[in-house]
Design a protein around this ligand. Sequence first.
Ligand code: ZN
Length: 86
Amino acid sequence: MPVYVFSCHDCGPFELSRPMAETGKAAHCPACLREARRVFTPPGLTRLATPVRRALETEEASAHEPRVVTQKLGRPLPQRRSRKPP
Ligand SMILES: [Zn+2]
């Protein structure tokens, strides 16, 4: 769900996650419950904490382009001793 930025006249900006179908609906400030106006921001530039933003980007990317594993992770298996033929 996209995150939209709204601004309350008294309390300042806040973010709200809502379905795109409700984009045009009025939002209410979570602190004072007054109606807030939407602040238009370029996509991807909302003020999310960096770890949250990275997690969302990773989740979004893995939905349509899963990472390809090219290497086995972890330590290698111990070498098998070769049996000498009798
Ligand atoms: Zn407010």
